[in-house]
Each structure stands twice: as C-alpha cells, then as structure tokens.
Design a protein. Structure first.
Length: 196
C-alpha cells in the first residue's frame, strides 16, 4: 500500500470571495479529519455524526471569519446562533480548537496530509473489471458474428428461392404466351371452319 500526499500549499489563508472560502473550508475539514485526535473521536459511532456536523460548522465559520465576515452574517449563512459561531471561532469548543489548530498548521506550512492509498489494489480491480468486460464484449461480438453468418446464409437461401421463382415465373409467362397464341390460332381455325 502506498501513500497519497495532499498538497495544501495553494489554499488561501485570507479568502477573497466564495470560491476561496470554500477552498479554505474544505482544507480545514480535511486537515482536521485526518488529525489523530479526530480519527480517534470518529471511531465512536454514537459521537461520529455529531462530531462531523460540529466540525463542518466550525470549519465553515472559521473560513468565513478569515474572509472578514461579521459574526451575524456567518450565523445567517451557516444556520447557527451567533453564540455558537463565536464559540467556534474563539476556540471555546473542541471542534473550534481543532479547526484553529489546523489553520495554524496550514498557515505555518506544517500541515501535511498523507493518506494511505491502495492504488495497486484499485488498479488491479479496475484491470480485472476491464478484462471481464472485454471477455463479455468478445463473447457478444462472436455471437453477433455467428448471427450475421446465419443471416447471410438465410439471405443466400432466399436469393436462390427468388431466382428459382423468377425462373418459374419466366417459364409460366412463356407458357401463357404459348397458350394465348394457340388459343388465338384455335379461334382463327374455328372461324374458318364456321365459314365452310
């Protein structure tokens, strides 16, 4: 298993605009989530949901605070009371302290996120998936080729039948013409006999 290092060097520490705010907020969430203390806290399934929500609110509040927004505006945007927002940005809550700590590491350039990455395993799974899909497609192509071959045989058989029908039709047409000419000859003989 290899490691994937996440580069956070281009994160704006003093956001200007919504996009910068979102970048800082995401970096604060991810950076804090991968801190050993939070990893331990998230192991408790009862606390996990509450912790994740609290962390998200603290990160959003701090990013907006660093963008220079007043607490009242942050409270309105985040959907929490001004008291809660102040507690997070002043580090009076555990989530707030962790987010501020992450920000300080980001600011000093010491925040380094290294995530375990099982790239080979994933590539092997992708390859296996492609191989299975390739085999299925090869089977499908073979089936379609066989069907095309069957249909070509059927077309050839029908073409021969059509040729035979045309030949029979030509014979019948000649026979009809012969019968008409004989019938006409018989009519002429009948008229000639009636005049005698």
């Amino acid at each position: 298993m290899s490691e994937l290092t996440i580069d956070l060097s281009d994160i704006p520490l003093t956001p200007f605009g919504a996009r910068d705010e979102q970048k800082l907020e995401a970096a604060l969430i991810v950076g804090t989530l991968y801190s050993p203390e939070v990893v331990e806290l998230l192991k408790d399934p009862v606390e996990r949901t509450t912790w994740l929500e609290s962390l998200a609110v603290a990160a959003a509040s701090y990013a907006k605070y660093k963008a220079g927004k007043p607490v009242s505006k942050i409270a309105e945007e985040v959907g929490r009371s001004e008291h809660t927002i102040r507690a997070h940005i002043q580090g009076k809550t555990k989530a707030g302290r962790l987010v501020i700590s992450t920000y300080e590491k980001l600011k000093s350039g010491t925040l380094r996120l290294v995530v375990p990455f099982s790239g080979e395993i994933q590539l092997t799974r992708v390859r296996e998936g492609f191989e299975k899909e390739k085999e299925a497609l090869v089977r499908k192509v073979t089936e379609l080729e066989n069907r095309v071959s069957e249909l070509q045989g059927e077309v050839e058989r029908l073409r021969k039948e059509l040729d035979a029908c045309r030949e029979s039709n030509d014979k019948l047409t000649r026979l009809i013409e012969l019968a008409r000419s004989r019938l006409q000859l018989l009519e002429e003989l009948k008229q000639a006999l009636s005049q005698l």
